[in-house]
Design a protein around this ligand. Structure first.
Ligand code: EPU
Length: 435
């Protein structure tokens, strides 16, 4: 077991380079299962979620060859759909993309119900609705999801999503790429990683149009061939460092970003008195004056991202006045508030609304990362707090942020990762689920 120790009170200064987008990579790696050839994928973030997905593909017979820390070659010409390693698939949310990929390529799928960060009920009914509309017979029982197609191939369909869902949109896009005929997804999610997945599939020979709008059309093709693709920079990783420098003060140049993807975050931070200069592929984020209060509501893209809600809530703890945060995507994404309270934050939560009363200072404490973004939020609080903050359960953070400690240290933060003696083992559930 490892933990972070942060001595707070240092401004952030310097440059941080953003890695490839986690939530694009965790869809693109399973989508490689669809490809009857060799895919070379660049800018894959080196995090435990991507490592876990690559292991899943390897268990299924794929040849996975790392060419560098962030470039990998995947050859899925000889994969066996029956060999999915269920001890791994149940630990990761993004394993739901195996359903679309296996049904699309083999006309059959069996995997576990996905794991994932716990922010209330996380149904996959819209994924299943999509697969059924394309002719699959789906069954969920005993913790498994089973899918079969009577003819061995999905067929194109018109699918109206009842809820804007990133996962369902991407899963249906993957499956539909090899279906017979045209699939139309209405009320589709529009996140940058949806466009990235479409670009990946198209570069392997698929015909996906309209990604980034709420209507996506996929003309099924008979085969996807190999090719090369580079994943976009991570919007949420960049946003996390933007929030960190806004909270701690100082000036950071955040490199390798797509500023357009960050507008929803920049706009809010500017309201809080943070100065942001947009470059072609970088941002300069500066905070010298006291932070101002604001209200935030999370929404599907291009709204303010739910995956930035914990980090902005932590930042607002130090803003002058009272801010209201409304979580518009997940039912229960405020577990981290208890950890921030241990550090002196004044936050009241009522259902999906958190009222944040700004305080002059936070104080260091022993806290836990309750999930990936919750972990980022307590790190941000620790960077600003007086004294020392110890953060436990950091495995959550390391599933989604490449080189988190090293990047923050390079910008002047006093943060280290130290090993703690292991607790006695209790069963085999040591790797918790993320995403
Ligand atoms: N929903 C349904 N039915 C479904 C699917 C979703 O009702 O079949 C609901 C959910 O309960 C939620 C809303 O729709 O209220 C949105 O869920 P969505 O499907 O968009 O989320 P997801 O695909 O499970 C991904 C990211 C999450 C991120 C959300 C929203 C991955 C692996 N996870 O989850 O990322 O919060 O989209 O943007 O891509 C993270 O990176 O920290 C993270 C949790």
């Amino acid at each position: 077991m490892e933990k972070y120790i942060i001595k707070g009170g240092h401004k952030l200064q310097g440059e941080i380079e953003i890695s490839g987008a986690k939530n694009a990579a965790v869809a693109i790696i399973p989508a490689a299962l669809m490809v009857d050839g060799i895919c070379r994928i660049e800018n894959v973030p080196s995090i435990s979620d991507t490592q876990m997905l690559l292991s899943i593909l390897t268990h299924m017979g794929a040849k996975v060859r790392p060419l560098s820390r962030t470039t990998v070659e995947i050859d899925c010409r000889n994969v066996h759909p029956a060999d999915a390693p269920f001890d791994l698939t149940r630990k990761i949310r993004a394993s739901y993309y195996l359903i679309g990929a296996m049904l699309g390529r083999f006309g059959q799928a069996k995997t576990t119900m996905p794991g994932g960060c716990n922010f209330g009920v996380r149904p996959i009914d819209q994924h299943i609705k999509g697969m059924c509309a394309m002719g699959a017979q789906m069954e969920v029982s005993g913790g498994f999801v089973y899918g079969t197609t009577p003819s061995g191939r999905l067929r194109g369909a018109y699918i109206y999503l009842d809820k804007v869902s990133v996962g369902a949109t991407m899963n249906i896009m993957i499956a539909a790429s090899l279906a017979a005929g045209r699939t139309v997804i209405e009320n589709a999610a529009r996140e940058p990683h949806i466009v990235d997945l479409a670009n990946f599939l198209n570069s392997m020979g698929a015909d996906v149009r309209g990604a980034g709008t709420d209507t996506i059309k996929v003309n099924g093709v008979s085969r996807l061939h190999g090719g090369s693709y580079s994943i976009i920079p991570d919007q949420i990783e960049a946003g996390t460092y933007m929030a960190a420098v806004s909270a701690a003060g100082g000036e950071l140049t955040i490199k390798n970003v797509i500023p357009k993807h960050l507008e929803c975050i920049s706009a809010k931070l500017r309201e809080m008195g943070v100065e942001i200069e947009d470059g072609e592929d970088f941002l300069v984020v500066r905070r010298e004056n006291p932070l101002l209060r604001t209200n935030v509501k999370t929404l599907p893209y291009p709204g303010f991202p739910t995956d930035m809600q914990p980090q902005i809530t932590a930042t607002l703890c130090l803003a002058e006045g009272t801010s209201v945060v409304t979580e518009g995507v997940w039912d229960d994404r405020y577990k981290f508030v208890n950890e921030l309270r241990k550090m002196g934050a004044q936050i009241q939560v009522d259902g999906k609304v958190a009222v944040v009363e700004g305080v002059k200072n936070l104080t260091g404490a022993v806290v836990a990362a309750c999930d990936l973004r919750a972990g980022a939020a307590v790190v941000i609080a620790g960077l600003c707090a007086q004294g020392t903050t110890e953060i436990e359960d950091i495995h959550y953070i390391e599933r989604g942020y490449e080189d988190f400690v090293q990047k923050l240290r390079s910008a002047g933060a006093d943060i280290v990762c130290v090993a703690e003696p292991d607790e006695p083992a209790q069963g085999d559930d040591s790797i918790p689920a993320a995403g």
